[in-house]
Design a protein around this ligand. Structure first.
Ligand SMILES: [Zn+2]
Length: 408
């Protein structure tokens, strides 16, 4: 029976005119080789020097070596998963001491990377504060940063950004799924077997034949600020879209954690295939991109959804929007300008910082256009953007998008 059904299925979808249920292979002006490369994994261990302990034995940690330099100074070696790599040196470790004391920890990147993230501190891994800038001293070429810390019996978490590991994102996904307009499921598994979370958001009995918005986040593990904006964005869609008519007209599909292995292994940028996932949207060599791309195509094809917009949340040095320029044909060409202007006004900004361009490399935003003819936008939040402002931007961006798309 199963064979017969499979045959019928194959016949149905292989006849002329039927749409493929897998993502197409695409070519780009500037292709990138994304075949799997080896990575170097950290030894997970706890270092003890006298009464002082340091560990990387937890998800999202990065501490490649911990050494003592003198009575009060320690060296934390921070190395990437492989080379070459975009230098975004993520670090995360825990410290504790038998006696209350002040220590210096030298964050030593020693691999060409320059210090990027202002350390965040926590005593519970959930509530974070930023290290005071007077307690951080950069060396001459910024390849190391020495920080002054008070340590005691209680564990002190030190991390490049607030930790949002696979488990914490899963808790958020479960909370979102409490809403009647959200269904959660798994779009696939990462190379190391972690769930690729998926949220299907709509109101009504079904989502067939609806225009659809696709959202992804965290292709790059340290990019927590982009993730925080995506969270506020999706929460607003769920809360307000359920009553303003948006979720009765549209379907929204969210993949909030594209690179769960990289996140839990404390990577600078790559997955466990040693590859930048946001260059793999051509031939899908990496399982994370392949499964999410196929999930998007299969789901939207079977439900006859018209994908009009795709967003991808990231972080970089400043807030910026990478948008398609006027040479890129797309279904809702007027949307981008109007959307960014609405966000600018609602958040009180003088300049929204849009960076329009052609499709060049195999990134998700180019792929949204190549695969669906949709508008693809890379939504970047600065590493240091104040967290309250990130939230406001996420909320206002969702409101502005709903208002504009409801007029389409
Ligand atoms: Zn990124």
């Amino acid at each position: 029976m199963r064979i017969v059904l499979s045959l019928v299925f194959v016949l149905l979808f292989s006849c002329k005119g039927a749409k493929s249920l897998v993502a197409e292979v695409h070519s780009y002006p500037l292709p990138v080789d994304t075949t799997t490369r080896p990575i170097q994994q950290q030894d997970h261990k706890t270092y003890v020097f006298g009464g002082l302990s340091a560990t990387n034995d937890f998800p999202a940690a990065r501490l490649n070596k911990f050494l003592q330099e003198n009575d009060s100074t320690y060296i934390a070696r921070i190395w990437p998963e492989n080379f070459p790599i975009n230098p975004s040196p993520w670090f995360a470790f825990k410290l504790w001491s038998e006696t209350e004391r002040e220590i210096y920890v030298k964050l030593d990147y020693s691999n060409g990377a320059k210090h990027r993230y202002t350390p965040k501190l926590s005593t519970d891994g959930a509530r974070w504060s930023q290290l005071d800038s007077t307690l951080l001293q950069l060396n001459q070429d910024s390849t190391s940063a020495t920080i002054r810390l008070n340590v005691g019996k209680d564990t002190l978490w030190v991390a490049a950004q607030e930790i949002q590991d696979h488990k914490r994102v899963g808790t958020w996904v479960d909370e979102m799924a409490q809403s009647p307009v959200v269904q959660n499921s798994i779009a696939g598994k990462s190379a190391f077997g972690r769930d690729l979370y998926h949220l299907n958001i709509f109101k009504g009995t079904d989502y067939n034949k609806r225009p659809t918005v696709l959202i992804i986040s965290r292709q790059h593990p340290p990019e927590v600020t982009g993730f925080l904006c995506m969270k506020a964005f999706v929460e607003t869609l769920v809360e307000e879209g359920a009553s303003n008519g948006f979720l009765e007209k549209y379907r929204v599909m969210v993949y909030p954690l594209m690179n769960p292995d990289g996140v839990d292994l404390g990577h600078y940028r790559h997955n466990t295939g040693g590859v930048d996932l946001n260059r793999d949207w051509a031939e899908y060599h990496q399982p994370e991109v392949r499964q999410v791309a196929n999930h998007m195509v299969r789901e939207t094809t079977l439900a006859k959804n018209d994908v009009v917009l795709g967003l991808d949340f990231h972080s970089t040095f400043n807030d910026v929007y990478y948008t398609p320029d006027s040479s890129v044909a797309r279904k809702i060409p007027e949307f981008t300008k109007a959307w960014l202007e609405k966000i600018r006004v609602a958040t009180g900004l003088e300049d929204i910082n849009e960076s329009p361009g052609k499709i060049s490399r195999p990134t998700s935003s180019g792929w949204y256009n190549q695969q669906f003819g949709a508008t693809g936008i890379t939504y970047e939040i600065g590493d240091k953007t104040p967290r309250e402002f990130i939230k406001k931007k996420g909320v206002e961006s969702a409101r502005a998008m709903m208002e504009l798309l409801l007029k389409e």
